[in-house]
Structures are given as C-alpha cells and as structure tokens.
Design a protein around this ligand. Structure first.
Ligand SMILES: Cc1ncc(C[n+]2csc(CCOP(=O)(O)OP(=O)(O)O)c2C)c(N)n1
Length: 619
C-alpha cells in the first residue's frame, strides 16, 4: 500500500506523488469507498466518479486558501479522505458521525456548506467579489455536476459572472451524463453535442500556437474571435467564459494540465470534465436509473441491498405513487410534474405505465410549481411531489402563482419531518410555517395510508384550490389487494380517535397511531384528536377540547415557530379561549442534525416515550 488512507492529515502529500502514484491512490480510495459504503450506505456512485478529479484538484490547488466549493456536497467523500477524515467513515451519515455533505465544523477544507443543489457558482461569485475587500488572490473553484447545472440559480450565476473580466472563478463542470437519474433538458443535449465534438480543445491549442506573438498577448477578445472561425463556440464561450474541454476526468495527465492552465488564466473559466458515475464497481457503473446514487448497506459480491423488503410494507412515497397510478388509470387529464426526484419519490413504476403523464423538469422546483399552475389553469389535474426541504426553493411560486390564483395544484410534500441520515439540510421541518399563512391553501397530513387516499380524493374531487399533502420518510403497512378507497371527506374536519377525559393529545401523522396504542395499553384516560387537516383548523373540535377544561398536548414533528401549535394558540387567543392548559411539543428554534429518526426524536424529547411521559406529567 502506497499510503495508508487513515494516516492522511491534509492534501499536501499529493505534491510529491507522480501520476502513476496518483493512479494507485485512486484505486485505494475506490476500494475504501466501496467497502466502507457497503456497511454504512451513502452516495456511492457520485463519489466513485470523482476520485481522480478530486485528487487532481487538491494537487493543483492549495486548499483551504484556494476555495473548493462542491455543489450539493454529496460527492465530496474523496475530499474528506484527503483532508484527514478517512477514519470517520464508519459513522458516515450517522447520529453524531461524519456528515454526508460538506460541513464547516468538520474541517477547514470545507469552505462552504450546501445540501441543496446549484448554489456553488453563486457562492463563488460572492467569494470572488469579496477579494476586492479582503485583498487576496486565491482561486475560487466551484465544482458542479451536469445535474446541478440544470438548477436556475446556477444559470443566474453563470449569466452574472460571464465576462466579468477581473474575476476569475474556475468552474469545474463534472459531467457524468446523469443527475440522480437521467439528466433532462436541452442543456443535456448541448453537453452531449460538445462531447461529440471533442476535437474542440485541440484545434484551439493549435490555433494559439500559430498566432503571431503580438496577437497572443491580447488573449481574451482575439482568442475568442479566432476560435469563432475554426470551431463552434460552446454555450460557455458565449456566456463569456474561457472553455476548456471536454477533458477525461479519469486521466491525471490531462486533468492536471488543464487545471494548471486555468489556474494561470486571467479569465473566468469553465473546465468541462467527463467522468463516469459509479466508476470502479460494476453494479453502479451499469446503473441507468440512479439506484446507486444513494444506497443503503449492500453486499459487495452480489450488489444486493442488505435491507430486505417485507411483504406489504411500503414507503410513504410508494403508497402515494400507487394512488397516482390508480388516479391516472381513471383520469386522462392528469399529470405529475416533478423536479428531479422520480427515484426518491418512487415514481419509476408510475412512469413506466404513464410515460406521457409525468414530467421531470430537472432540479428546478420553481419551474415545477409555476408549470403546475399552468396545467391547473388549463383544467388538467396536476400532482406536484416535492421534498419538504426542496419546496423551500419555490415558496413564492406556491404563494404567488398557485395560491393567489386559487389554482387546483395538489402538492405532495414528501420527506415531511425528520429525515435521518441526510441531516440538517434535508429535514422537512419548515413547510408548515411556510405554507400555513398562504391564503386559499389547504394542508393535510395522514396518519395511515387509508387516510392518505381519502385526503387525496378530497384534494382532487372536492377541494377547488391548492392542496398540500404531507407524508413522512418511513414505512407503513398496506395490502393493495384491498384496492384504493373512493371515500373522501365532505369538509376539512378533524377526528376524535380515542375518547378520554383527563387530557387531550392533539396531533397528526403516523405518531398518532403509536400514541393511541400506548395510551390504550397503559389505560390512560386521554382524548386523542387526529388533526388530519393542519389548515384549515377544525374550530368545532377546538371548542370541544377547550371546553373539556383539561391539559392539551399539541405535538408536531415540525418547527414550532409558526407551526400547527401556533395556529391553534392563535385561534384560542383570538376567540378568547383558555390557553393556560396548552403544552406544545415540536422542534425548537434550531437546525436538527443527522441521525436515525428514532435517535434524533429521542434526543429532542419528541419520541413516543417522551410523549407518554409528557401526557402523564400534565394529567
Ligand atoms: C434543490 C435541490 N433539489 C434536489 C436535490 C436532490 N439532489 C441531490 S444530488 C442531485 C443530482 C445531482 O446531479 P449532478 O449534479 O449531476 O451530480 P452527480 O450526483 O451526478 O455527480 C439531486 C437532484 C437537491 N440536493 N437540491
């Protein structure tokens, strides 16, 4: 073994390594990643693709003085290894363990945190422009995938930065021809086109050689002009960048050569690097659906996931997708609009059956929402599933384009609540405060699949305006042989699911079932209310429980500030009802770290035990 990965403290050792040694190091890192992730799970294929690229970046640039900004940050495992964190991989994405994304508190080399996509070029712009205040000449290097480049902010930042002569970020476009799954849109075809014309760079280099010396000096304008004669400009040239590529992202000679050219350049550059997603492990190399983008523990030999699928146990995303399959069967004027998460939202099966009734718009949540408003206004039923955390990107579109026009868009708020291993950047804790104050908006959260189907029937068949159905990251039992009910609600009301006189437990979602079971087991005299409609509130039931004159515990796996409990309190205050017996349980004013859901809930005193304890305390 040339270098023990656990002994690496920082990337400076790379300076002494030859290309051959770097190749050996890449092999070691790949073996390490495959072995380690087979036990912990993680973003396998994105990371296997950028081993050489990351090593080359750390060899050519001087991190952390030079700023490596990994877009999303899910592909930075080699960066973590090279900056001294190999020994922490056994707790990757676990409670109190190594983050799956960049984390400034973990290392001085993690100069910028993301989690959400398409931020790197915008952040780089700020860092570039700050140089005139802080006076350094370090390089700023955003590393962005072809998927992340489909996000609006990446385009906005390119548009802004291009041609800013005195600012020289080096944008590394990591093009593996995939987003999480298939990359979409015209940009993907443009990149494809560039790939097929890979004589581009050679012609350019040759041209420069034959230019008279005095012309070479006026590199910028003249260079672009001459290039224009001989080759087709890329979109990046047209936007005002020096384009280099496409470059083989697994060839150190080529990588190091062009990174050095960019380093010396006095113009903003785009280096177009071709990488193979999943490289070095057959199952991930052959993956076309993105199943190896993020994986759980797996068997290296067979490539099979270790977690077994139990009969009739489905994720919430699968349950909602089954409903959509059923809905599409009976409704031709229906479509799904989804921003880049067909896999995560379990919609491959749906897509297979109804390929013309699903549109993946790429990592473009704002587009997904406003496009949905266009469907709704044309009288087409539309379901728009977006992870709670990514919906944050599209607040204005939900408010202004959908709700203000009172359009019937049904939003699927996937991954609502604590999400587990993805941690802070992915927790679904803010969608209730985000949506609750929007006029016309109905918000619901089912406690079991049957209730979800009734709520969706209500959303499509009874309700006239925007509707958001939240569902959790987690599994539920359902036997689909029983079919999908046609039943619905005639109005948005709550339900008392357990009678009791000594206290009230008011909440929504799957925790209700658990609390009910435990309350009955322990024979506690507690009234349990299912607030399946988070908005509008059920004023009659609020009045009823208020009149019981007993303690009321309101629980939400969501931000307390501006949340469901706040809504109930506001209602009580406005209607001069008693607030003195209310206890709120929910997420306080903080960001919540990664970890298995049960551990995180326990730490926050929001698990089942803590709820029962609180109920007993107030009785
Ligand atoms: C705003 C936002 N929407 C969706 C996601 C989910 N997501 C994480 S990585 C990814 C695909 C990124 O593709 P690419 O940039 O090409 O990187 P690769 O994994 O292929 O290297 C997506 C859609 C996200 N992180 N942020």
């Amino acid at each position: 073994m040339m270098v023990n990965l656990s002994d690496i403290k920082d990337p400076s050792f790379l300076n002494d390594l030859s290309n051959k040694e770097l190749e050996e190091l890449s092999k070691e890192i790949r073996t390490f990643l495959i072995e380690s992730l087979s036990k912990t799970g993680g973003h396998l294929s994105s990371n296997l693709g950028v081993v050489e690229l990351t090593i080359a970046l750390h060899k050519v640039f001087d991190s952390p003085k030079d700023k490596l900004i990994f877009d999303v940050g899910h592909q930075a495992y080699t960066h973590k290894i090279l900056t001294g964190r190999a020994t922490e991989f056994d707790k990757l994405r676990m409670h109190n363990g190594l983050s799956g994304f960049l984390k400034r508190s973990e290392s001085i080399h993690d100069v910028y945190e993301a989690g959400h996509s398409s931020t790197s070029i915008a952040a780089a712009s700020g860092m570039e422009f700050s140089k005139k205040f802080i006076g350094n000449s370090n390089k700023v290097i955003p590393i962005i995938g072809d998927g992340a480049l489909t996000g609006g902010m990446a385009f906005e930042a390119l548009n802004f930065l291009g041609g800013q002569g005195d600012h020289q970020p080096i944008i590394i476009l990591n093009d593996n021809e995939m987003s999480i799954s298939e990359n979409i849109g015209f940009l993907a075809s443009i990149l494809n086109n560039i790939r097929s014309k890979n004589t581009y760079r050679k012609i350019k280099t040759k041209t420069k050689k034959f230019l008279p010396k005095f012309l070479r000096k006026f590199s910028t304008k003249v260079e672009r002009g001459v290039k224009g004669f001989l080759t087709t400009n890329t979109i990046f040239d047209d936007l005002g960048f020096s384009y280099y590529g496409p470059i083989n992202g697994h060839d150190f000679k080529e990588l190091i050569k062009y990174l050095n050219i960019a380093k010396k350049s006095n113009r903003a550059c785009v280096i177009h690097v071709l990488t193979e997603k999943g490289k070095g492990y057959k199952p991930s190399e052959q993956d076309i659906n993105g199943s190896w983008h993020g994986v759980g523990p797996f068997d290296i030999e067979t490539g099979k996931q270790i977690a077994k699928k139990e009969e009739n146990i489905y994720s919430w995303s699968e349950i909602i997708s089954e409903y959509m399959i059923n809905y599409a069967k009976n409704n031709e004027k229906f479509t799904i609009v989804i921003p880049a998460m067909i896999g995560g939202s379990s919609l491959f099966k749906y897509k297979e059956q109804f390929p013309k009734q699903i549109i993946d718009v790429g990592i473009a949540e704002q587009l997904a929402v406003t496009m949905s408003s266009g469907f709704a206004i044309s009288g087409v039923d539309v379901f728009t599933p977006i992870y709670s955390t990514f919906l944050q990107r599209a607040y204005d579109q939900v408010n202004h384009d959908v709700a203000r026009q009172n359009l019937k868009v049904v939003f699927g708020i996937d991954r609502a609540g604590i999400v587990g291993a993805d941690g802070e950047t992915h927790q679904g804790l803010f969608d209730i405060p985000l949506l609750r104050h929007i006029p016309n908006m109905t918000i619901a959260h089912p406690r079991n699949p049957e209730e979800a189907f009734k709520l969706l029937n209500y959303a499509f068949k009874v309700n006239k305006g925007p509707f958001a159905i939240r569902y959790e990251r987690g599994n539920e039992f359902y036997d689909f042989n029983e079919g999908i009910t046609n039943e619905t609600f005639d109005k948005p009301s709550w339900e008392i699911i357990n009678k009791g006189k000594k206290a009230v437990f008011l909440s929504f979602g799957s925790m209700l079932e658990q609390v009910k079971e435990e309350v009955n087991k322990q024979e506690l005299d507690v009234c349990i209310v299912d607030a399946k409609f988070i908005k509008p509130l059920d004023k009659d039931i609020i009045k009823y429980i208020s009149n019981l004159d007993v303690p009321i515990v309101i629980y939400e796996e969501s931000s307390l500030l501006g949340g469901f409990g706040s809504a109930v309190l506001e209602h009580l205050v406005i209607n001069k009802l008693d607030t003195s017996k209310i206890t709120l349980m929910g997420i306080k004013d903080e960001y919540i770290e990664q970890g298995a859901k049960h551990l995180v809930l326990k730490e926050l005193n929001l698990d089942l035990d803590s709820i029962i304890k609180k109920i007993k305390e107030v009785i």
